[in-house]
Structure formats: structure tokens, C-alpha cells
Design a protein around this ligand. Structure first.
Ligand SMILES: CC(C)(COP(=O)(O)OP(=O)(O)OC[C@H]1O[C@@H](n2cnc3c(N)ncnc32)[C@H](O)[C@@H]1OP(=O)(O)O)[C@@H](O)C(=O)NCCC(=O)NCCS
Length: 306
């Protein structure tokens, strides 16, 4: 007998959702603190736990869509233990769909490692389709990386040391986000200052691990890591960008190297990155830096579901 119930992101049972997420996907980095952060930024936030014969076997989270300008949509995280897709997975899905109906949610997005075929099957049966495929790469930091030496005319700065770098980051985002290869026709969100300040205040971004390359007083490249409460030793590259006129001169590699040294100082021991398979320059940079590839990740969306 499967029972699904909503769990308070701030309550004691959120830890059980963390345990299910880890069991279903060992790379899931979220902890209770991340659920609290997600809930604080999204009034429609929902955390669900499904138990079968008293054992926790599946969980889901609905939160805000971050990278796309889709305010009527939500992001779905779905974790189902092997063997429970037809039972608990199906009941959990019904609860997700009911929540969406109650809140007028008209689109769902999710990301799924390609080595979870049962979850892929569950999502596909309910109307999800693959819209983009990304390579997932990781770089364990076995020791503190050396600080790179910038070429003449370039200075490396961390946001923690120079809050003015944020102005340059906003300009880089405006120029470079539309250049990210990916889903045809999708509108990526170009974040404003408030978006950045919110993430810094919540600890998702850390001013110590936002590194820019500055030439003639202007930021020409930068990279930023996203941190997780559930895995404080792991961080994900949220974005790396170089102004168009400055590309092909090694600046993305430079800011990333500097960021890895800064990340080590901030307690990070593994850096992970997701890159669209069509993003040849970013993939080349990560390969040269020693990142190794794991299972690909499918970006999926549903605009109507059953
Ligand atoms: C991806 C991006 C940050 C790279 O910046 P950059 O400063 O030009 O990168 P670098 O100069 O350090 O390195 C680029 C590498 O890609 C390689 N490259 C460029 N075009 C390539 C292609 N079509 N195929 C294969 N390799 C390519 C270059 O040869 C270089 O490698 P090398 O140093 O071994 O020669 C920049 O293109 C950008 O801002 N793109 C838009 C935003 C984006 O997609 N960001 C990443 C999303 S997470």
C-alpha cells in the first residue's frame, strides 16, 4: 500500500526526502537546507514523500524554474527507488499533477541522468520529452590547485574582494546568456541585480567562488559556482562567460583555474559541470582542465501531461 504525503521543507521529515534522493541518485547534492531555500523563493513549492509498506521509496520536489523565463512553469525533481516506478512512482506523479492543477502550473521541466531508464520511462509516459542533452563532467580537487598567472593586461578578481565585479557580471550575462547553445526557441532568463543578490544572501552563490578576469577596468570573463547545503564539499559550475570580442584567448580556462583554487579555499573538493553537447568551446575548456565525463543528463519538459 503506497501512501504519499506532503512534507514540510522545514520539518524533520525533510531528512527522509534527502535519504530517498541520495538512494535514487548518489549524485543528488541537496540537503534539508536546500529544500528550505527552495521553499523560501517559491510560494508554490512542494516536497512529497512516498512510502510503501512503511518504507520510504520515492520522493519529489516542485520548485522554481531558474534558468528560463517561464513564471507559470515549475521545476520537478523526481526520485524513485528501483522497482517502485509502477507503484509509488505512479502515485507520486498523481500528487504532482494535482498540485500543478491547483496552482495553474502550465509547464514542467526536469533533468535526468541518462542511466535511470525506469524514471525516464515514467516521465515519458506522462508527457515529458527530451529537449536538450548535456554532458556531466566532474573534477575532483585532490590538492589545492595552483593560482594561475594571468597574461599581461588581465587581472583576476573575486567578487568577495571587489563587489564592483557584479556590474561586470551583469553585463557579461546580458551578452553571453543568449549565446548558450541549447533548446531551440526557449527563452533563457537574463538575471538582474536582485536575482544575484538573493542567491548571494541565501548562500547558493558565494562571493569567494565568483571569479572575473578584468581588462582596462572592465570584466571580460567570469565564472560562478553554485553551492549546496547537502554536499558542502561539492559545487556546480552555474555559468562561465567571456565577452564575444575576448573569446578564444584562454580566458574561460583562466577564470575557471582561479575559481578552482578559490573553491579549495572555500572547502570544495569536487567541481561539477553540465554542458550542452553542442557547446564545443565549453566542452574543450573542461576537457583541457581535466574534468571527466559521467552519464549524460537529459533536459526534459512537459507542456501537457496525463
Ligand atoms: C564557452 C565560453 C565561455 C568560452 O570562452 P573562451 O574564453 O573563448 O574560452 P577559452 O579561450 O578559454 O577556450 C576555448 C576553447 O574552445 C576551443 N574551441 C572553440 N571553438 C571550438 C569548436 N567549434 N570546436 C572545438 N573546440 C573549440 C578553443 O580552441 C579553445 O581551446 P584551446 O584553448 O585548447 O585552443 C564562451 O564561448 C562563451 O561565453 N559562450 C557563451 C556562454 C556559454 O555557452 N557558456 C557556457 C555555458 S555553461
Amino acid at each position: 500500500m503506497t501512501a504519499v504525503r506532503a512534507v514540510e521543507g522545514t520539518g524533520p521529515d525533510a531528512a527522509r526526502v534527502v535519504a530517498v534522493a541520495r538512494a535514487a541518485d548518489p549524485d543528488a547534492p541537496w540537503g534539508e537546507g536546500d529544500f528550505r531555500r527552495h521553499a523560501a523563493s517559491e510560494p508554490r513549492h512542494l516536497l512529497l514523500l512516498a512510502a510503501d509498506a512503511g518504507a520510504d521509496v520515492a520522493a519529489a520536489e516542485l520548485g522554481a524554474i531558474e534558468a528560463w523565463d517561464e513564471p507559470d512553469g515549475m521545476w520537478l525533481w523526481l526520485w524513485v527507488l528501483p522497482g517502485h516506478h509502477a507503484g509509488a512512482g505512479a502515485v507520486l506523479w498523481d500528487a504532482v499533477a494535482a498540485h500543478c492543477a491547483r496552482h495553474g502550473v502550465t509547464g514542467l521541466r526536469t533533468a535526468l541522468p541518462a542511466d535511470l531508464p525506469d524514471t525516464l520511462d515514467l516521465l515519458t509516459r506522462h508527457g515529458f520529452r527530451e529537449v536538450e542533452r548535456q554532458q556531466r563532467v566532474t573534477l575532483p580537487l585532490g590538492a589545492r590547485p595552483a593560482d594561475p598567472v594571468p597574461p599581461a593586461g588581465i587581472t583576476l578578481v573575486r567578487l568577495a574582494d571587489d563587489p564592483g565585479l557584479l556590474d561586470g557580471v551583469l553585463a557579461l550575462d546580458a551578452e553571453c546568456i543568449p549565446d548558450i547553445p541549447g533548446e531551440e526557441g526557449a527563452t533563457l532568463l537574463v538575471p538582474g541585480r536582485g536575482w544575484w543578490e538573493e542567491r548571494l544572501a541565501r548562500g547558493e552563490f558565494d562571493a569567494r567562488t565568483i571569479v572575473g578576469a578584468v581588462a582596462d577596468g572592465r570584466a571580460v570573463a567570469y565564472t560562478v559556482l553554485r553551492h549546496h547545503r547537502g554536499r558542502p564539499d561539492v559545487a556546480d559550475v552555474d555559468f562561465t562567460a567571456t565577452l564575444r570580442a575576448w573569446r578564444g584567448r584562454g580566458l574561460a580556462a583562466l577564470v575557471k583555474r582561479a575559481c578552482h583554487a578559490a573553491a579549495w579555499d572555500a572547502g570544495i573538493r569536487e567541481v561539477r559541470s553540465w554542458n550542452d553537447l553542442g557547446n564545443a568551446p565549453m566542452r574543450a575548456v573542461n576537457a583541457a582542465l581535466g574534468f571527466t565525463r559521467g552519464p549524460d543528463v537529459l533536459q526534459m519538459r512537459a507542456d501537457a501531461w496525463t
